[in-house]
Ligand binder design. Structure first.
Ligand SMILES: Cc1cc2nc3c(=O)[nH]c(=O)nc-3n(C[C@H](O)[C@H](O)[C@H](O)COP(=O)(O)OP(=O)(O)OC[C@H]3O[C@@H](n4cnc5c(N)ncnc54)[C@H](O)[C@@H]3O)c2cc1C
Length: 472
């Protein structure tokens, strides 16, 4: 008879508690509700246990325990998955959030980050040396999940995606063994980890290439806001301008509400706007020339660009989006911001349902688009954008309203897209969407899955099934 997670008793979990250095939290323990919570408060899952691992040995113990007893495994890095993939009902959650050390090598231009780090941890460590590795646009996001899905951020245009800067990963495999994956060691696994998500093993640490940025880590960046009434004109200008800019300058465009807090001018609090958040990482004596088209365009309501350490820009949104809000989002890739798409943005921008709800278009161009589509598992290298529509609010009573706005907006925008979406922006949308996102890389991913996880032990993720068990 097969054992299921639900059949595993407290005695067995005592066995695991004795084997690990970290805490094992089970239902009824005082910290259980806090430990099972993830960033998105819409997710309400009840795992059988949460193992807060202290080191790689703890992770190995958890995987071997799960294998022995047939327990389902969920893996949690930063807990930011909006789909709630860092936790599972009845599962053993292998929680890496205590593994947060970083080691910078200024001589080698590398940083090694444990799998429980947030990007805020890594940026803090590298910026002091005037360096950064490409990550995202938010400091509180987990290094692990973001990296394994691809990693799109301010530095992608100049230096590629996060996965394009990954040099090595330490991985606990489904059979409880440990390997280091790199170009020369388990290259097939290394290929799959760079975009294939948590399907192939549990990464316990990552080593990234770093780059000198700005002047000793100080960049020039920040938001520029335009009246929502000007959104169509701004989008037309931006879509033409962005590809022509030097790669030291990158900006994502969105629709949003000005937060009612300093440093935003009080006169703008609560106003719906079209915003572009810019980041210029080049030499400061060239900044006036490079930023001139941005500084002279249109009639901005606010021009918030200024010199700041890179990690300050990276963490600028952290306090505005704390853990515990309701989140529902939908996404797509876009080769262009078409006239038809702009009409849809204007319509739904005017209906932003709550102050936190927003739409963002993140460029995947420049260096990120020069990497061949089959060089890593991350397949979208067409030089366009990753778009996301996010309904967000603190009040659970608004969950349906924000979700419906997202679904309606996505439904109308989707026909203008390139097909597929950034896997880190998918909800639980089924195999067709996962396949569309991986494009021509899907079959190879299924083969690597077959080799490293033939029993699909790691399936609480955007799941790629082993080649011998193709999905329906
Ligand atoms: C506010 C916010 C801002 C964001 N901004 C960006 C952005 O700028 N750029 C961008 O690219 N993405 C962004 N994202 C998306 C983000 O990349 C994903 O949500 C990602 O999954 C978060 O990683 P995590 O470790 O925090 O998530 P988790 O919820 O912990 O994990 C997500 C998935 O990764 C798996 N996983 C986690 N850790 C490991 C590990 N060590 N080994 C194996 N599998 C693991 C989990 O099992 C799960 O399937 C953002 C998300 C949010 C909520």
């Amino acid at each position: 008879m097969t054992t299921t997670s639900a059949d595993i008793g407290i005695t067995q979990y005592h066995e695991l508690a004795a084997a690990v250095r970290g805490d094992l939290i089970v239902p009824g323990d005082p910290g259980y509700d806090q430990a099972r919570a993830v960033y998105n408060a819409m997710i309400d899952k009840h795992p059988a246990a949460i193992a807060r691992c202290r080191d790689t040995a703890d992770v190995i113990s958890c995987v071997r325990f799960a294998r022995r007893h047939g327990a389902e495994i969920a893996v949690r890095g930063g807990g930011h998955s909006a789909a709630g993939l860092g936790v599972g009902d009845g599962a053993l959650v292998i929680d890496l959030s205590l593994l947060r050390s970083t080691t910078v090598s200024p001589a080698d231009h590398t940083v090694r980050a444990d799998a429980g780090c947030t990007w805020g941890d890594v940026d803090h460590a590298t910026v002091k040396f005037g360096m950064a590795t490409p990550s995202g646009f938010v400091g509180s996001t987990g290094v692990a999940g973001l990296t394994l899905g691809g990693g799109i951020g301010y530095l992608s245009r100049r230096f590629g995606l996060t996965v394009d800067n990954l040099l090595a990963a330490d991985v606990v495999l489904a059979d409880g063994t440990f390997v280091t994956a790199s170009q020369t060691s388990h290259p097939d696994l290394f290929w799959a980890l760079r975009g294939g998500g948590g399907n192939f093993g549990i990464v316990t640490s990552f080593t990234f290439r770093c780059h000198d940025i700005g002047e000793n880590g100080t960049i020039i960046g920040g938001p520029v806001f335009y009246d929502l009434a000007d959104a169509a004109e701004v989008m037309h200008w931006y879509r033409k301008l962005h590809p022509s800019l030097p790669e030291e300058l990158s900006g994502w465009i969105g629709l949003m509400t000005v937060p009612p807090v300093p440093p935003f001018p009080e006169a703008l609090w609560g106003r719906k706007v079209c915003g572009i958040v810019w980041c210029y990482t080049g030499a400061h004596d060239k900044a006036d020339e490079v930023l001139e088209p941005v500084r002279t365009y249109g009639s901005p309501l606010m021009m918030g660009m200024q010199p700041m350490p890179f990690n300050v820009l990276q963490s600028a949104f952290d306090a505005l989006y704390p853990a515990g809000l309701q989140w529902y989002w939908r996404a797509d890739f876009f080769n262009e911001i078409s006239d038809a798409a702009i009409d849809v943005h204007r319509k739904y921008g005017a209906m932003l349902p709550t102050g936190h709800s927003t739409m963002h278009m993140y460029p995947i161009d420049g260096a990120a688009s020069r990497v061949p589509a089959d060089a890593t598992a991350f397949a979208y290298r067409d030089g366009g954008w990753a778009g996301i529509i996010a309904g967000v609010d603190p009040d659970p009573a608004n969950a349906d309203r924000i979700s419906q706005w997202v679904r309606d907006y996505w439904q109308e925008l989707h026909p203008t897209s390139a097909g597929g979406a950034y896997v880190n922006f998918l909800m639980n949308e089924g195999q067709d969407r996962i396949k569309a996102s991986y494009r021509g890389n899907f079959a190879r991913l299924a083969q690597v899955k077959e080799r490293y996880d033939p029993g699909n032990t790691f399936h609480i993720n955007q799941n790629i099934q082993p080649a011998s068990q193709p999905s329906p």
